[in-house]
Design a protein around this ligand. Structure first.
Ligand code: SF4
Length: 464
């Protein structure tokens, strides 16, 4: 192999759409499979016709790190008989088949008549619903036609993925609204893929998948060669760059999503500390004085593939023991909750970090003094270097609508007061989440200016 590949994340990589079931790999499948196992890859070999579905199942029976799907590509929709559909139904019962497809609409090549493609897509969606297995969608130049079919036939509780996504940010949002995951392939690395890269910025981490679509679509540096799952890292590098995270964050997050969607795995034990880039985050609490419309702490407490759904808040001793002698660029009190609800823990852990010369940041909704019934700013002095406050709105009315504070009368003014008290003591930044709709961002930025603090716009699921 040309490139040296990281065994990124403790669970490695998940290629959510590969075709090692393609005859192109027949000659060296055992070497390819062995290398993938070594590099901790999980691979879903997606069917494009009945023989490839059977081959995928055979591979999954041979290699524990592989799974299969059953279905027929829209190119061949015209030739799909009732008998073929029954065979797909039969294969869907196999424990190694974790998805239905790839199916969809392809008006770019139009190898089957449009009506045949639509009919067979609906049949695949039916099999997906009946079997409870998610659907894998291929869509080219047919987005407007495919959406009404999804609205009538797609079950978001079973789920599915828009594979090799090739549209822009608006289309990504529409797919997400319907409940799809979105998967990016090597074409996102191509020089002309500016629109696709915009789409890659708006997909929440918990809905992002990555794939190779091998042997096709090798990423830019390998373009023209047979694509392989190991080349996934080039696509991950590009996604990491446009999303402002690391390759390891992409690997961990997409592998967790793969396990959730296709393997239906329950999350592992919740993490009380977790890395994003070179910062070490502390999952202080799951409780919060807000219930922001965009926050997934209750329904899906994942951040960049880290599961944060702690059953109880950790003690300071547990946090300190988890941190051990780690030396991050900064220690961040964050988690999926409001850290200042646990001032004693913050003070103890931050004091230890400062003794070790670490930089400390507090990510807060700014309600700390309101929650604790006293001015907490003097208590944080000397323990915290940077404070990041979620401003999120330019006025109380929109703040209450977006952040839904437990105390709607005092939440917004208490947050503004906290920023004012902090700005002369710490490095303070006010943030707002870039929601698809509903927030006046320029007015929010102006408010931060008037408060005399830096302003940062955050992608709506991007922590860090
Ligand atoms: S303030 Fe933060 S933790 Fe609390 S609900 Fe809002 S986004 Fe979630």
């Amino acid at each position: 192999m040309e490139a040296k590949h990281e065994k990124a994340g403790k669970r490695g990589w998940a290629d959510s759409h590969a075709h090692l079931n393609h005859p192109n790999f027949d000659g060296d499948i055992s070497e390819v499979a062995e290398k993938l196992a070594e590099e901790r890859f999980q691979v879903l070999n997606v069917a494009f016709d009945l023989p490839s579905a059977e081959r995928g199942i055979e591979l999954a029976r041979t290699y524990p790190h592989m799974k299969a799907s059953a279905g027929v590509h829209p190119h061949d929709a015209e030739s799909v008989s009732d008998d073929a559909l029954s065979r797909i139904r039969g294969m869907a019962e196999d424990e190694n088949v974790v998805a239905i497809g790839e199916t969809g609409l392809d008006y770019f090549r139009n190898r089957s008549p449009k009506e045949a493609q639509k009919k067979i897509l609906v049949e695949h969606l039916k099999i997906s619903r009946d079997s409870g297995k998610p659907v894998i969608i291929h869509c080219r130049d047919a987005f407007d036609d495919i959406l009404p079919i999804f609205r009538e036939n797609f079950d978001p509780d079973i789920g599915g993925v828009l594979h090799c996504f090739s549209e822009g940010a608006d289309e990504a949002r529409r797919g997400l609204e319907l409940g799809f995951y979105i998967s990016f392939a090597g074409n996102v690395t191509y020089k002309t893929a500016g629109r696709l890269r915009e789409a890659a910025k708006v997909v929440p981490a918990e809905k992002l998948l990555i794939e190779t679509d091998c042997p096709y679509l090798a990423p830019q540096p390998m373009r023209g060669k047979r694509n392989e799952p190991l080349f996934i890292q080039e696509t991950a590098k590009l996604l990491a760059e446009v999303r402002g995270v690391t390759v390891e964050d992409i690997a961990r997050g997409t592998a967790a999503n793969y396990r959730a969607l296709f393997l239906k795995e329950e999350p592992e034990q919740a993490e009380i500390i977790y890395w994003i880039r070179k910062s070490l985050y502390i999952n202080v609490t799951r409780n919060c004085s807000n219930l922001c419309t965009f926050c997934s702490r209750v329904d899906s407490p994942f951040v960049q593939g880290h599961y944060l759904g702690v059953e109880r808040d950790p003690t300071a001793e547990e946090i300190l023991s988890a941190i051990g002698d780690a030396r991050p660029d900064e220690l961040v009190f964050c988690g999926f909750g409001e850290p200042t609800m646990r001032m004693k823990v913050i003070k103890k852990v931050a004091a230890s970090a400062k003794q070790r010369g670490l930089k400390v940041r507090l990510n807060t909704n700014g309600h700390g003094s309101l929650i604790n019934g006293r001015d907490i700013v003097p208590e944080l002095e000397g323990l915290v270097d940077v404070i990041s406050v979620s401003l999120n709105a330019p006025d109380k009315e929109s703040y209450n609508r977006i952040c839904r504070p437990a105390d709607p009368e005092n939440g917004f003014p208490a947050m503004l007061d906290f920023i004012k008290r902090c700005r002369d003591v710490f490095e303070v930044q006010a943030t707002a989440v870039d929601l698809p709709e509903g927030v006046d961002i320029p007015a929010t930025e102006k408010l931060a200016e008037r408060l005399g603090v830096k302003f940062r716009l955050r992608a709506y699921d991007m922590v860090g």
